[in-house]
Design a protein around this ligand. Structure first.
Ligand SMILES: [Ca+2]
Length: 145
C-alpha cells in the first residue's frame, strides 16, 4: 500500500512533467522562420532552409496558401502546417526546389509527412541549388539524421 506521503510526492512529479511539456511546445514555435528572402546567405546560422524555386529563390504564390521559403532549426513532421491563415493551414508542402543545411548535422528530407516515403539525405553545411527530379517539389517533412 502507498503511504500518504509517497502519493503526494507522485502528484508533484506529475505536475512538474506536465510543465515541461508546455514549455517545450511554446519554444518550438520560435525556432522557425518563413519568407526568409532570396539567396543562400538569407539562411540563419544553425537552420535548415528550403526555397520553392531553384537557386535559393523565394517563390510567390497567386493564392496565399504556401510560403515561398522556410527555415527551421528543428525537425518538421508536416510541411503543410507551418502556419495558420483565415483560409486554413499554410505551409510549404510539395514545392521545395532548393535546400541549404546551415547545421553541422546531416539532414534527411522525406516525400511524405511523418518522415515517410523516399528519403533525401544531405551532409552538414551542404547547399543544393537544385534537387534531383525524384524529390523536387515533393518534400513533405525533414529531420536531423
Ligand atoms: Ca518548386
Amino acid at each position: 500500500m502507498f503511504s500518504k506521503r509517497s502519493l503526494t510526492r507522485l502528484g508533484l512529479g506529475t505536475a512538474v512533467a506536465a510543465g515541461l511539456v508546455v514549455a517545450a511546445a511554446t519554444s518550438a514555435g520560435a525556432t522557425t522562420v518563413t519568407n526568409i528572402g532570396h539567396g543562400a546567405g538569407s539562411c540563419p546560422a544553425g537552420y535548415i532552409c528550403l526555397w520553392s524555386e531553384g537557386n535559393f529563390i523565394q517563390g510567390g504564390f497567386v493564392y496565399d496558401h504556401k510560403f515561398g521559403s522556410f527555415g527551421s532549426n528543428q525537425n518538421i513532421s508536416d510541411m503543410g502546417k507551418l502556419g495558420r491563415t483565415s483560409t486554413g493551414d499554410k505551409g510549404m508542402q510539395d514545392v521545395t526546389s532548393s535546400v541549404l543545411n546551415n547545421t553541422g548535422s546531416s539532414i534527411c528530407f522525406y516525400e511524405h509527412n511523418g518522415y515517410g516515403g523516399a528519403e533525401f539525405r544531405i551532409g552538414p553545411w551542404e547547399q543544393w541549388p537544385s534537387l534531383p527530379s525524384w524529390i523536387n517539389d515533393r518534400i513533405s517533412s525533414f529531420k536531423y539524421c
